[in-house]
Design a protein around this ligand. Structure first.
Ligand SMILES: NC(=O)C1=CN([C@@H]2O[C@H](COP(=O)(O)OP(=O)(O)OC[C@H]3O[C@@H](n4cnc5c(N)ncnc54)[C@H](OP(=O)(O)O)[C@@H]3O)[C@@H](O)[C@H]2O)C=CC1
Ligand SMILES: O=C(O)C1=N[C@H](C(=O)O)C[C@H](O)C1
Length: 272
């Protein structure tokens, strides 16, 4: 441990990603765990964060006092839920720290509040923090630009574990945005997220989404470009949540030297 280590808070510490983040922060040079936060009345309050994450005791108890933790820290890693993330964005802005947001399923109103908080905090937000998926986004944009909507249909397929609560996934939407950017169209006006019953033929130029849920799948995404007599499939498989946690820690370290603002993983990875 060194004096210059970036002090990070993990919120949602008992969650699937929270536990992974605690393990990755513990194992990464240049950062250290400052505090671990869960919601008030969580059964995990008072438990040692290291024990929760399977590391053994590290002397950091889980608390429900985010602001106390943020004012003494330099960054927060947040993979929780939309309402919690909006609240943490306000607190991170008060504390003027880096807020790395992996939470998906945020509404337009949530997004506006987070962007307002980014006037004071350095916010890095992405539906997927892995290098592989962000590269897939760049490839998707290129393919969508190259293949005319008159001849090629774009469909995005995703599968996740049975506990996931939002759909389509944040990653599927990120890939949809990349495809829409390649075609120079807006995703909101062209997305088809549900098909059921007599749908009629596929409207040209739409971007379709299909969602599968089951078991313990960490994250599977495919972008299918379907033409007459041929398809191009670009895909990514996540087999371990540590890819997201490593990306989040890299984002925090990158954000440390940025001005307040709203950034994405493309900025962090130099892919923008
Ligand atoms: N961008 C990316 O790369 C990735 C994003 N994600 C996203 O991260 C989010 C979390 O995923 P996952 O870890 O699987 O979910 P979990 O449900 O396992 O974890 C979320 C944790 O946040 C806690 N939490 C909720 N509200 C608060 C609050 N107000 N204060 C403190 N803690 C709170 C939950 O507590 P409780 O159970 O009591 O509600 C839970 O422990 C999802 O939106 C998911 O889509 C996941 C992986 C990668
Ligand atoms: O909830 C998850 O687990 C994941 N969520 C993110 C998403 O919505 O795309 C990222 C990853 O695929 C895992």
């Amino acid at each position: 441990m060194s004096e210059t280590d970036m002090k990070l808070v993990v919120v949602g510490a008992a969650g699937r990603m929270g536990q992974t983040l605690i393990r990755i922060v513990h194992a990464t040079a240049g950062v250290r765990l400052h505090a671990a936060i869960e919601r008030s009345n969580s059964p995990f309050i008072g438990r040692d964060a290291g024990e929760l994450a399977g590391l053994g005791p590290i002397g950091i108890p889980v608390t429900d006092k985010p602001l106390e933790a943020f004012v003494e820290a330099e960054g927060v890693l947040d993979f929780t839920a939309p309402a919690a993330t909006v609240e943490f964005a306000g607190l991170a802005a008060q504390a003027r720290i880096v807020h790395v947001i992996g939470t998906t399923g945020c509404s337009a109103d949530d997004e506006a509040k987070i962007r307002a908080a980014a006037r004071h905090a350095r916010v890095v937000k992405s539906g997927n923090m892995s290098l592989g998926v962000n590269l897939l986004g760049v490839l998707t944009e290129t393919a969508a630009r190259a293949l005319s909507p008159a001849d090629w249909d774009i469909e995005i397929l995703e599968m996740h574990h049975k506990h996931k609560v939002d759909a389509p996934s944040g990653t599927a939407l990120l890939l949809g945005e990349a495809a829409a950017k390649g075609r120079r169209i807006g995703l909101a006006e062209h997305a088809v997220k549900v098909r059921d019953g007599h749908t009629g033929p596929r409207p040209q130029g739409t971007i379709g989404f299909a969602t599968l849920r089951g078991g313990s799948v960490v994250g599977e995404h495919s972008v299918i470009l379907a033409g007459e007599g041929e398809t191009v499939t670009l895909s990514h498989s996540a087999t371990d949540r540590s890819i997201f946690a490593r990306g989040a820690v890299a984002a925090a370290l990158w954000g440390r030297s940025q001005k307040p603002g709203f950034y994405s993983m493309l900025d962090v990875l130099g892919l923008n």
